[in-house]
Each structure stands twice: as structure tokens, then as C-alpha cells.
Design a protein around this ligand. Structure first.
Ligand code: NAD
Length: 264
């Protein structure tokens, strides 16, 4: 589908008018794996997605399987060590959200991504809500130890295959939300608040199939925000959106920032 220039201009106009005042208004952007595909990190459900190509991969991030099966943990650490995120650079979509922040329109980036590329691009970490956690850290499942992933990957390089917690000897995992785990109530509470308080809610590069995050566009709409969906494929929320821009996020998001233009 071709994006109508008129649609882009209409949405850019809404965003230009959306200035946060007294803690309300502004733009909340929900991002998904599609925002990082142009940085070389595959999504899950797109045509080249990890799940689409290898449904078995899901097991590596399913908490009860991970906890009971050391072989799954060994495979999971090997997979993490080779993850494309370690070499990835932010792309034009990430940079557009930094420009949106500099233009004074951004309330928050609520991201399902665990790759840390929004902060790497230059968004204020205080404005980034990582509802599915971060792959740049590890946590122990038995105590409150947290530490950098780089240290654990160095242990893997030195020959360990299932590195244990340096504090208590427990099982370590990436500090991301595995299947079967609950989201952090503080993070999802903040995400909800940012959806309720914004004037424009943009969902970009997400299939909107993972809950409770997928409720956020509906929550934003109920609280009076304009809802915009930017995605390569249809989503279940296209019907409730005020505008749907179908295409690449790295081309569309820069065109929505005040003073921006279509690139790429
Ligand atoms: P998803 O894979 O379910 O959906 C991604 C969507 O983005 C698809 O509809 C696809 O068509 C679209 N897309 C892909 N590339 C695009 C592009 N360049 N421009 C526009 N649209 C594009 O991803 P999701 O909705 O984020 O949910 C999957 C879960 O996967 C999340 O919970 C997230 O934690 C995790 N995940 C994260 C990463 C990452 O951190 N980069 C990567 C893969 C999966």
C-alpha cells in the first residue's frame, strides 16, 4: 500500500500541535520489534521473523522450560552471545524519536524491544519505558542480583556454558520478560499512564498481538488521544485508529517529526 502524502501531513500536523503542558498532552510512542528490523534485528511475527522461521526458538524464552532444562539454558546463552543486537546501530526510526524529544513533543517511548537502541540513539532513558525488560542486563531467579550482560557473555567466551549467579549460585537469565512471566507492575502502570495522558498515541512497528501492551492504543483512544498506527502489515487495532500509515517505519517516522521530511 502506498502512503498518501496527505495522511502523513495530517498526522504530522497533529504531532506538531501536541505539546506537553502541566504533565499532560504530547506524544506517546509505543514501539515494537519492527522499529529495529532496519538495524538488522529480526522481529518475531513479520515475514522474516524469528518465530515465523523457527517456532522452536520460543522455547528458549519460556520460563518454566528454561528453569528446568539446563540444555535449553546452554542453547539460550549461545543464542544470546550471537545476537545481532550486539552489533546493531540505531536506524532512522530511532533517530526520529530522538528528534521528536528534542522538538519538545515526546512524552514517552513505551517499548516492547529489549535491545536498548532507543537509549543508544539518544532518547533520555527516563522517557523510555522498557515493558519487556532489557537484554543488556542479567538477573538471578533466586536473589535480587542484577548485572551487565557483557560480564556473563565474557564468562561464556571463557568456556562456561550455564553461568550461575555470582552472589548465590542461582540460575541467571536475561533481564527480559520470558513467556510465562508477569510484567513489572510499575512499568506497565507507567505505560498505561503515558497512554492515558497523551494527546497523540503512535504505535510503530508492532503487530499489537502481545498483551497487555496491545491494550494501550484502546486506552489512549478512550482518554481522548488521537491514535496513529505505523506498520508494514495490518494490525487488529487498525479499525480503532484515527490514521493508519502502512509502510516502513524508517521512512514514515522521520516525516512525522516537526520540521522532518520523508527520507529513504
Ligand atoms: P512482532 O514481531 O509481533 O511484530 C512486528 C511488526 O512490525 C510486524 O507486524 C511487521 O510487519 C512489522 N515490521 C517489521 N519491520 C518493519 C519495518 N521496517 N517498518 C514497519 N513495520 C515493520 O513484534 P512486537 O509487536 O514487538 O511483539 C513481539 C515481541 O517480541 C515483543 O514482546 C518484544 O519484546 C520481542 N522482540 C523484541 C525484539 C527487539 O528487541 N528488537 C526483536 C524481536 C522480538
Amino acid at each position: 500500500m502506498e502512503i498518501g502524502r496527505g495522511d502523513v501531513d495530517r498526522v504530522a500536523g497533529w504531532i506538531d500541535e501536541a505539546r506537553p503542558v502541566d504533565g499532560r498532552g504530547g506524544v506517546t510512542v509505543l514501539t515494537g520489534a519492527g522499529v529495529s528490523t532496519d538495524s538488522g534485528i529480526p522481529d518475531f511475527r513479520g515475514p522474516d521473523g524469528l518465530w515465523t522461521r523457527n517456532p522452536e526458538a520460543e522455547r528458549l524464552a519460556t520460563i518454566d522450560v528454561y528453569l528446568r532444562d539446563p540444555d535449553v539454558r546452554r542453547r539460550s546463552w549461545r543464542w544470546r552471545a550471537q545476537h545481532p543486537a550486539w552489533e546493531a546501530e540505531p536506524n532512522a526510526a530511532h533517530h526520529a524519536l530522538v528528534d521528536l524529544e528534542r522538538a519538545g513533543r515526546l512524552r514517552a517511548v513505551v517499548t516492547q524491544n529489549v535491545d536498548g537502541l532507543h537509549q543508544q540513539a539518544g532518547n533520555d532513558p527516563e522517557r523510555v519505558v522498557e515493558v519487556h525488560g532489557s537484554m543488556r542486563e542479567v538477573e538471578c531467579v533466586s536473589c535480587d542480583h542484577r548485572g551487565p550482560m557483557t560480564e556473563v557473555l565474557s564468562r561464556i567466551e571463557r568456556g562456561e556454558d550455564d553461568p550461575d549467579c555470582p552472589s548465590c549460585g542461582g540460575i541467571l537469565k536475561a533481564a527480559t520478560i520470558y513467556f510465562g512471566q508477569a510484567l513489572d507492575p510499575a512499568d506497565i502502570g507507567r505505560a498505561r499512564q503515558e497512554a492515558e495522558d497523551c494527546e497523540v498515541f503512535v504505535a510503530a512497528g508492532t503487530s499489537l498481538q502481545v498483551y497487555p501492551v496491545a491494550y494501550l492504543p484502546g486506552i489512549a483512544a478512550e482518554h481522548g488521544a488521537r491514535v496513529v498506527i505505523v506498520n508494514a502489515e495490518p494490525t487488529p487495532y487498525d479499525e480503532v485508529a484515527d490514521a493508519v500509515l502502512r509502510g516502513g517505519v524508517a521512512e514514515i517516522l522521520p516525516a512525522l517529526v516537526p520540521g522532518g521530511d520523508v527520507t529513504g
